[in-house]
Design a protein around this ligand. Structure first.
Ligand SMILES: [Fe+2]
Length: 306
């Protein structure tokens, strides 16, 4: 089954784009590309036109996850699988595709109502990525922009959907076998492109997204800049048990977190064994320094779901 191949883009609704601009350029090292109108900012982190779109719509939440497939045939096959699974699917308009800078897309919702898009044909911009502070860049390419962690009302329904319809494979499960509270899934060698937390109560769809730097020094200097600029570190430096990422988490102006990391291991489907973690732990570090404004139904998960 041909499934999605990478996390291509995120669209996030924000209420304070200027605060987002300051964090993106002052700490994260992202390049700001002007939007199509004054309501949006595009954030660039590699050769793509953008990887993150910020919409000034006041929602402060995830507004779309964009998953890439190889080509039109793969897109149409996936659309058929969605219809066969009883999921309403809509072809994106030309305007929507142009806004995303893709050739063609479809749009639908995941089992928890998260707006989801699948596309092919994201253009490459030959102008080199120009980081907004002196960093060595981000690990993206075929592994996509990083990972996103979302909340699911019914974890088992989410797991089934992302595997059976979108073609993901499970990397790890966290929590008791009969009632896991988190799942980590991959669609390429990145350990997880999406993770999901069982959380039927929180109104916010997203828990955090992760950007992986090419250098540990970029992570350390980013942490220094957070402290200098007053950006809130909500989970401090540590190394995750499952993907081995060395990272910290900074709170953003939309009251969720951005994980800023380096050094994760990758997954080889030929040899990977699904991991089972009874709780979310780190090899070292990752102390929780403050809670994000949005409560989570699972306190242990709120600390640091990688
Ligand atoms: Fe993470």
């Amino acid at each position: 089954m041909s499934g999605v191949t990478q996390l291509g883009y995120l669209s996030i609704g924000v209420s304070d784009p200027e605060a987002w601009r300051a964090l993106s350029t002052g700490v994260l090292g992202l390049e700001v590309v002007p939007g199509d109108n004054r309501a949006s900012l595009y954030l660039r982190m590699d050769e793509h036109h953008h990887r993150i779109e910020l919409r000034n719509d006041g929602t402060d939440d995830l507004q779309a996850i964009g998953w890439e497939v190889a080509d039109g045939a793969a897109l149409h096959a996936l659309a058929q699988r969605l219809e066969d699974a009883g999921v309403p699917v809509r072809a994106g308009t030309r305007d929507e595709a142009d806004q995303r800078r893709v050739l063609e897309l479809i749009t639908f919702s995941d089992p928890s109502g998260i707006p989801t898009e699948v596309y092919y044909g994201q253009p490459l911009n030959q102008r080199p990525f120009q980081p907004s502070r002196p960093i060595s860049g981000f690990k993206t390419g075929d592994m996509g922009l990083g990972h996103v962690v979302v909340r699911q009302r019914d974890l088992q329904a989410g797991l089934k959907f992302y595997q059976d319809v979108l073609g993901f494979r499970v990397s790890d499960i966290a929590g008791p076998g009969g009632q896991p509270f988190a799942a980590f899934l991959h669609c390429n060698p990145r350990h997880h492109s999406i993770a999901m937390i069982a959380d039927p109560r929180s109104p916010q769809r997203i828990h955090h997204f992760m950007l992986e730097c090419n250098s540990l020094d970029d992570v350390g200097s980013g942490r220094d800049l957070c402290r200098k600029q007053g950006a809130p570190i909500v989970v401090d430096l540590g190394r995750h048990m499952n993907d081995h990422m060395v990272s910290f988490y900074v709170g953003n102006p939309s009251q969720f977190a951005i994980e800023y990391g380096w050094g994760a291991r990758t997954v080889d489907d030929a040899t990977w064994q699904v991991g089972h973690y009874e709780s979310i732990e780190s090899i070292w570090g990752h102390p929780q320094l403050s809670r994000m404004a949005t409560p989570s139904a699972e306190p242990a998960v709120a600390a640091a779901v990688d």
